[in-house]
Design a protein around this ligand. Sequence first.
Ligand SMILES: Cc1cc2nc3c(=O)[nH]c(=O)nc-3n(C[C@H](O)[C@H](O)[C@H](O)COP(=O)(O)OP(=O)(O)OC[C@H]3O[C@@H](n4cnc5c(N)ncnc54)[C@H](O)[C@@H]3O)c2cc1C
Length: 315
Amino acid sequence: MDMNTIEAVLRTTDPAEWRDGDAWLAGGTVLFSYGSYAFGPEPLRRLLDLGSAGWPAVTVTGDGIELAATCTVAELYALPESPVLANRGPATDWPALDLVRPCCDSFVASFKVWNMSTVGGNLCTSLPAGPMISLCAGLDGTVTILGPGCSSRELPVADFVTGDGQNALAPGELLRSIRLPASALSSRAAFRRLSLSNLGRSGVLLVGTLDGGGQLTLTVTAATQRPVQLRFLPAPDASELREALDEAIPEDLYHDDIHGLPAWRRDMTYRLAEEIRDELAAPEGTLPRAVSGDFWPPRPVSAGNAWMSSGQKGA
Ligand SMILES: Cc1cc2nc3c(=O)[nH]c(=O)nc-3n(C[C@H](O)[C@H](O)[C@H](O)COP(=O)(O)OP(=O)(O)OC[C@H]3O[C@@H](n4cnc5c(N)ncnc54)[C@H](O)[C@@H]3O)c2cc1C
């Protein structure tokens, strides 16, 4: 789409440069498809281009992984087999990295979107079906946000997205990076996703992690308007899990759009949450690692004429 209201494109990462009518430009896959009038009552006048930020896409340390906001989905997809990890040896043999590829695959994106769209752009677009939100919230990620006057603040990803297309950014604030802690990356992980159509947008996407101390964390995305995170220590039984979901997700928090009715999303959330609980309750190694992509591509299931992607244990 032509953005014919744009008067200037500025290469900068400095929030002090931002003024009304500006938008940060990352991959541009949303900006150039939604157009100038989609982001507020007034059209956009300037784009602040992050393309020359020069931030390293992925930084690995013993404490975890830092993803630059400008890291593309393609760069993230390459991470599990990247020399950046291999060179650090067993210290970064993190089982929860198995979530990276199924989450990237959940984009079901074209070549252009895959190679241009960024992790930060996905978080800032804040769609319920944002797969980078699912990944980063599911791995207890923390965002670093830069503001004018060299200010900086941090926030859990699960709190950063506050609703459908809504987030915690104040006007002009810039999402700099997302930090994934080693504690979450060292956990066992499980992934479940459903879409109403093959190659469709996620209708329900759940991530579960079980850490070394026995805490089970369940992150519900796509089904709900914003991420919902539940933590259990010790891991719950089936009825405790259902009760916790009842309490954490009121009916009107389930998302309603062409990609799934709220009632369907609710039913599938309970079903997939129980599958994750069951999978992580089994001793390690007794079940196939369901996030490994062994079950990709998607296959049909009976429930709701839906398609189930990686993580399916049998329809
Ligand atoms: C065919 C197609 C399919 C798609 N499928 C999906 C899907 O399944 N799920 C989904 O979630 N999205 C989907 N999208 C939307 C979009 O591609 C993604 O959300 C993508 O990750 C956005 O990233 P970007 O880098 O292109 O963002 P941009 O278009 O550059 O920016 C998007 C918004 O975020 C702001 N922004 C970007 N980076 C920052 C930053 N660092 N700090 C502050 N603000 C920032 C921009 O100002 C803008 O408002 C799809 C788009 C297309 C065209």
